[in-house]
Design a protein around this ligand. Structure first.
Ligand SMILES: C[S@@+](CC[C@H](N)C(=O)[O-])C[C@H]1O[C@@H](n2cnc3c(N)ncnc32)[C@H](O)[C@@H]1O
Length: 248
């Protein structure tokens, strides 16, 4: 099955880098703080990072005391940045689709993945392989675009219903129950992501031998809303889903 590698598209890559360089972005405000809250003490742990991108997290885990990190990503361009800016003797970067991690040897204490799993068609297969690579009791902590967002992507119609003054009244949800590929435009056309219902995410984890311990759908605080009122949108639909699951 051919896997998409959109981050190696020049236009996509440049625009994504610019987005992440902005100080105020949803990753920095919501995804990263919530994921850090879910992390155990990583001191001495061997960590697998799926869809590690340019390696910011990998190097952070080493700074936090992790023994070793293996970062896996399908994009050569993202890994070039990782090797240039975020290298460390304790980090190994592997350029490969995460669907193929079954070929990795060794055992890990913790698996993490940040905003990469919605690019994966075979989530169940990845979960199974993560289960094989993790020690018993090891945690799998990941974030993905929220199912309320992935369902709408690429489908016809506006994301919002607005009043006569253009104010957002409510979010439009469509085809939530139709799982699978969505083709959307983000910096470039034909970006593929995969929609899964919330229940599928949880059931795939359970069938893969994981117990879900915590879920999060980050929301803005009052303080943050005062500075960035546009993030009130998250009360209508969360953008991110974060999951902490343990191999039982
Ligand atoms: C939104 S970026 C997130 C990068 C990093 N985890 C972070 O939070 O900064 C998604 C990453 O997933 C990677 N990715 C997409 N599909 C993949 C696949 N099948 N296997 C491995 N990596 C993949 C992309 O190349 C990209 O680096």
């Amino acid at each position: 099955m051919a896997k998409q590698n959109i981050f190696d598209n020049e236009t996509f890559f440049e625009n994504y880098q610019k987005l992440r360089e902005r100080e105020v972005n949803a990753n920095n405000l919501f995804e990263i703080p919530e994921r850090l809250k879910m992390l155990p003490d990583v001191k001495g742990l061997k960590i697998l990072d799926l869809g590690c991108g340019s390696g910011e997290e990998c190097v952070e885990y080493i700074k936090m005391g992790a023994k070793a990190v293996v970062g896996v990503d399908i994009s050569e361009k993202m890994l070039e940045v990782a090797k240039e800016k975020n290298s460390d003797p304790a980090i190994t970067y592997l350029c490969m689709p995460m669907e193929d991690i079954g070929s990795i040897e060794g055992e890990f204490d913790l698996a993490v993945s940040s905003l990469a799993l919605h690019y994966i068609e075979d989530f169940k297969g990845v979960v199974k392989n993560v289960g094989r690579l993790l020690k018993k009791g090891g945690e799998f902590i990941f974030s993905q675009e929220h199912p309320m967002v992935t369902c709408h992507s690429g489908t016809a119609g506006s994301r919002w219903t607005r009043d006569e003054n253009g104010n957002k009244i409510h979010v439009n949800i469509s085809n939530y129950g139709k799982e699978g590929e969505r083709e959307t435009s983000w910096f470039v056309d034909n970006v593929k992501i995969y929609h899964r219902m919330f229940s599928t995410v949880i059931n795939d984890l359970a069938e893969g031998g994981f117990a879900v311990e915590r879920l999060a759908e980050p929301l803005p605080s009052d303080e943050l809303l005062e500075k960035y009122p546009e993030y009130y949108d998250l009360f209508h639909k969360p953008d991110f889903l974060l999951v902490k699951a343990r191999k039982v």
